[in-house]
Design a protein around this ligand. Structure first.
Ligand SMILES: [Ca+2]
Ligand SMILES: [Ca+2]
Length: 93
């Protein structure tokens, strides 16, 4: 029985890992074009941390899903690396 449980856990880990690269390509993501701007244009108070409020000021139409998709570590702050990663994932040449 123990061996079966381990196999199941490994299968779940593989399936979960396989979905990782699609993090930025969820169905709810709008046209990424308007989001291709510099981090400092979003960071109104210049503290290198983008809050939901700052994000909403620049993108009033964006849903919470968008913020959460960019905020990879889920700390409710988009930092420079997260924003850069988001843009890298979306640029299509
Ligand atoms: Ca800020
Ligand atoms: Ca974060």
């Amino acid at each position: 029985m123990r061996k079966l449980s381990v196999t199941v856990l490994i299968s779940i880990a593989i399936l979960g890992g396989g979905c990782g690269h699609n993090k930025f390509h969820q169905g709810s993501m709008p046209d990424p074009g308007p989001y291709m701007i510099h981090f400092h244009e979003l960071d109104a108070d210049g503290d290198d941390a983008l809050t939901r409020t700052e994000f909403k000021q620049r993108f009033p139409d964006a849903t919470a899903d968008v913020f959460e998709a960019v905020d990879l570590d889920g700390d409710d702050i988009i930092d420079h690396d997260e924003w850069h990663g988001f843009k890298e994932a979306h640029k299509n040449g």
